[in-house]
Design a binder for this molecule. Structure first.
Ligand code: SF4
Length: 370
């Protein structure tokens, strides 16, 4: 499952053939649980292996499908990524049934689903030290994960990875900024320092994000006289001018328009009426342990994206709560959805364009002073 159509062209991580003899680094809190909310079947483009393309393009599936036009291809080829993916109808995977369950899973078994679906909500990134497996921060039910959920066993990880053809992999040397290359060991050192700040589950998490901003500002940046809202303003403008071909991107853009404009005037709500620190600490831990900054243009871009998404999660949720027509809004789910959407936006090309170096610096300085 890919949340980042352009990841194979990222200078930080490139998709390369998977060597399954590589050591596995499974995050201790990565749970291999699916709440069957079907969000992944709507929000993601499911990339397929060649064997899956052959098997899932067959017309033998058609009698089982729910309201999929006869002429609609089940599998598409994406010119941007050079990969095949499952098609969608009105934002839903062609194999998603009317009861929100997977038709392949129901009729043929879980192990016949695309490996991307079997792997979800986990996420794998290769590095010189091994393959890092963490929770996909795009999952909409991370907020419900507890110690009661099953962790991924090394045997399951090995079985699933054996079906994967290529994986985004960090090289020995990578860009910290556009001007500065660093060895992998230094990248890990930065990540560990951020992890030590951001994985403490304080109920008031804001000072943790400010301490992280202070650390990132020690990396030489590009300090232009911009407002800290300029990052969100640039993102909003870019989204407004784009008409994505991919249905998943169009749905994401439409959904984020419900809260993104609110961040242009006031990214920090005056009062944050819910405890979110433990959830944020868990998300930051998965993102950093999983090396998910590798999906961005530079390492600092990835870390700023994490902080910006955390800010957007709070600001967006408070905005949605205050505009909810009734009191039935599920706050933890809304926070999870908003944060996951914000991270998706920053993984997407529009997010990468908005994360210019001056915008990054202005955002970090604004967060520090807020
Ligand atoms: S193949 Fe099944 S599990 Fe995968 S996205 Fe489609 S409906 Fe969901």
């Amino acid at each position: 499952m890919s949340s980042n159509p352009d990841s194979k062209r990222s200078p930080l991580g490139r998709r390369i053939h998977l060597d399954t003899a590589t050591p596995l680094k499974i995050s201790a809190t990565a749970r291999h649980t699916c709440r069957m909310c079907a969000s992944g079947c709507r929000n993601y483009d499911i990339m397929l292996t060649e064997a899956e393309v052959r098997r899932l393009s067959l017309n033998i599936w058609r009698p089982l499908l729910h309201e999929v036009p006869e002429t609609l291809p089940l599998v598409l080829f994406d010119n941007v990524t050079g990969q095949h993916l499952l098609n969608k109808v009105e934002g839903r995977c062609v194999f998603l049934d009317s009861d929100d369950l997977c038709i392949i899973h129901k009729s043929s078994g879980a192990e016949d689903k695309p490996v991307a679906c079997q792997f979800f909500p986990l996420h794998a990134i290769g590095s010189p030290a091994g393959i890092h497996i963490s929770l996909n921060t795009g999952c909409r039910r991370l907020v419900e994960m507890t110690d009661q959920d099953d962790p991924l066993s090394p045997a399951d990880a090995t079985r699933l990875l054996a079906q994967v053809e290529a994986i985004t992999t960090i090289p020995d040397v990578m860009p910290l900024t556009p001007e500065q290359m660093i060895p992998y060991t230094e990248f890990v050192d930065w990540q560990n320092r951020l992890r030590d700040i951001l994985t403490v589950p304080d109920a008031n998490y804001w000072p943790r994000m400010q301490a992280a901003a202070e650390l990132l500002l020690t990396i030489p940046g590009d300090s232009a006289p911009l407002e800290w809202t300029s990052l969100f303003a640039a993102l909003h403008k870019l989204i407004g001018g784009l008409h994505p071909e991919r249905p998943s991107a169009a749905v994401l853009f439409a959904r984020t328009q419900r809260w993104l404009p609110a961040l242009l005037t006031n990214p920090v709500p005056p009062e944050i009426p819910f405890a979110y620190g433990p959830f944020y600490a868990a998300i930051a831990g998965q993102y950093l342990e999983g090396h998910q900054a590798a999906l961005h243009r530079t390492a600092r871009t990835g870390w700023v994206a994490l902080l910006a998404a955390l800010v957007a999660g709070i600001g967006g949720t408070v905005h949605l709560m205050s505009n909810s027509p009734d009191a039935t809004i599920n706050i933890p789910h809304t926070l999870n959805n908003t944060l996951s959407d914000a991270l998706e936006l920053f993984f997407a090309p529009a997010g990468q364009l908005a994360l210019t170096e001056p915008n990054q610096d202005a955002f970090l300085r604004g967060l520090l002073k807020s």
